[in-house]
Design a protein around this ligand. Sequence first.
Ligand code: ATP
Ligand code: MG
Length: 394
Amino acid sequence: TSFGTNASRKVIATLESAGHDAVFVGGAVRDHFLDRIATDFDIATSASPIDIKRLFTVTVDIGIEHGTILVVLNGERIEVTTYRAGKTKLDNSQTHGTVFVNSLREDLQHRDFTINALALNLNGELIDLFEGVSDLQKRLIKTVGNPNERFKEDALRMLRAMRFSSVLGFDIDGATYMAIMQNANKLREVSVERIKIEMDKLWTGIESQRAIQSVSDSGLADYLPLFPRGVGSLMTCAPFNSTTEGWACLMLTGGFASSEIAKAYKLSNSEKAFLSDVERAFQSRCVRLYEIEDYYRFSLDVLIIAEKVFSILYPDEKHVSEKEIKKALLNMKIRSKEDLKVTGTDLINWRNERGGQWVGESLAKIESAVLHGKLANDMDDIKEWFLNDNKREE
Ligand code: ATP
Ligand code: MG
């Protein structure tokens, strides 16, 4: 079988027929040698962005200033990038002054790590100018060229080294690691949006525990927003099942509020909502074991994460297993208001009265009674209970 998807191969063939050079590059080529399943088949080409757009019917400018065009072919999305030299060496701010270059060699030279600087052409020939395959075999993350210079050019690469070590389980080359220690403070100049993308990948890597240790040992942690000084508890929380679990554990082990983490790392609204739930579940868990109200309010993930961190921070306290949490959830009479066998309309009809504030209040009472097993979730039972209850109150 040949490398790439039909559509991505077609993109390269089309570029070549028009007289341009084009190759597969980056993550997909690396992952191919690691027998990892690649999803994004990125292409680098000598063609200019304008040429690329002319050659394909459906294209999207996703970073024309960086020379990247998204080509949509047979429903596939393929990123095609003009050979480039990356950011200018003058500054390390958010301005990405891209310099386009003529050769693949120059493009590869400006990529971050040797394992990411491999290219593969349509004939399956490998272009390995920086001993990338050798480093893949040694399982090493090593910069292309002088690590000090490369990190000065773009400080995010230091964090990328950590995230690749987490995702691939590779070691960081000695000189590369030393340069991270020396340049750690430059991470301050990197935008939080770029940091967030790498942290999300770091959290969910197979070796996140070791990567967190290295982030701390290398001094990078000192320049990450809201990172706990001691990462012992955070490491014990790893591995993480999701990116949000990583953020939640950072929050709880660091003693930060969900709003602080959300702001510092510009989390999305759904991430923010999840963290806020974990925060509240944890607060209630610090007071007592979970009760019916907690099982009712929070999702399984939220309860498990809050319990996990609680047991790590307070190992001597009694704690509940994942199995017990699941069992408690299964035993719940209802999981939400929607599960109630009656609605506000039923109450209005039974009482034959106009709707008003009383409907919500009565529903809340029914909800609580059902939740606590004082009333069966059954239309007739609820009706009787409701009508008698009303009589009692009158
Ligand atoms: P993943 O499988 O996680 O997407 P990837 O290697 O494809 O890994 P990307 O962040 O998608 O990583 O970047 C694609 C490629 O672009 C990299 O393999 C690397 O060659 C190059 N690259 C990305 N970011 C940088 C950077 N900051 N400096 C230099 N080269 C970079
Ligand atoms: Mg990629």
